[in-house]
Design a protein around this ligand. Structure first.
Ligand SMILES: [Fe+2]
Ligand SMILES: [Fe+2]
Length: 298
């Protein structure tokens, strides 16, 4: 019996491979495509290009390390610039162009939306809300920034938009990326700037089977698990805007078989696993699909 399973074509396309009785790929005699049994996603965040605390050596090292992994997707979760200035965006674009990856999902942070910086963002990186998908994996990026405000919000009007992106993808590993944090992060002092609608947003994501949330903003890496959904905060990859003894770092997300493993990597330094969980679709008793928080399902 021959089974069929989705796979990625290394040249950028999407297709299907055939599996033999043992579940192993059947060689088709072509070297054109490099089959991958899993996906590698990299989350880099909070570069703060233009800040006096930005360290180009850390940025260059991070890019070198990321390129060595040949990731399938690089997710940049905001605060790429420090003030949203055009010249800072020029530098960010030059760095992003050095990342050797076909798929990049870039979202703005509060610093990027300062000084009307979102116009430069859109010119270089396109829509501030975006989607990247692979067979079995969907990643949606959301702009949680508000011009000239440090705090963030997603907003009720966007909940349906987000969930529409996951329609017909019930069996996928579902990832949502945004800049601001959804849950308080330990070791960051007084809590502030969590998104204004964190409670409603958490309910929407949990009730609709999101597997993983990626955010930045606090420059302190952390992992929470709530109702089986993982919420991962990245550190700053390339700046010394640090709290306490935290180090610059970024996240590597590996999806293999039915497991998601997340690693924290320090540029020039160590790599350690910080989470391991099933990548199977999440279900929750009582889940009824989209229901606006505060309203009963009908
Ligand atoms: Fe930041
Ligand atoms: Fe931020």
């Amino acid at each position: 019996m021959v089974k069929s399973r989705a796979f990625e074509l290394h040249q950028g396309g999407i297709g299907f491979e055939s599996l033999g009785d043992e579940g192993l790929p059947i060689e088709k005699g072509s070297d054109k495509f490099s089959r991958k049994r899993g996906l590698t996603l990299v989350q880099i965040s909070d570069f703060h290009v233009g800040s006096v605390h930005f360290v180009s050596n850390l940025m260059n090292r991070t890019i070198m390390e990321v390129n060595a992994m040949s990731p399938d997707l690089v997710i940049a979760t905001g605060d790429l610039t420090n003030e949203g200035f055009k010249q800072e965006y020029n530098a960010v674009q030059a760095y992003m162009d050095q990342i050797d990856c076909d798929q990049k999902l870039v979202i703005p942070g509060n610093h990027d939306s300062r000084n009307v910086g979102y116009v430069h963002f859109e010119e270089r990186f396109g829509e501030r809300h975006s989607l990247v998908s692979f067979p079995g994996v969907t990643v949606v990026g959301i702009d949680s920034s508000e011009p000239d405000l440090d705090r963030g919000r997603v907003g009720r009007s966007r909940y349906k938009w987000i969930l529409e992106k996951f329609e017909d993808r019930a069996q996928d590993f579902k990832v949502v990326a945004l800049h601001h944090h959804l849950l308080p992060v330990p070791g960051t002092g007084r809590e502030r700037n969590i998104i204004d609608d964190a409670g409603d947003m958490l309910a929407v994501l949990i009730d609709n089977g999101i597997n993983l949330v990626l955010n930045g903003h606090k420059h302190v890496p952390h992992v929470w698990s709530i109702e089986g959904m993982y919420v991962v905060t990245a550190g700053t990859a390339s700046s010394l805007r640090l709290r306490g003894y935290n180090q610059p770092c970024y996240n590597i997300i590996k999806l293999e078989d039915e497991t998601c493993r997340i690693y924290r990597k320090v540029p020039f330094g160590k790599q350690e696993i910080i989470a391991e969980f099933s990548s199977r679709p999440r279900t929750r008793l009582g889940s009824v699909g989209f229901t606006e928080p505060g309203r009963m399902a009908t």
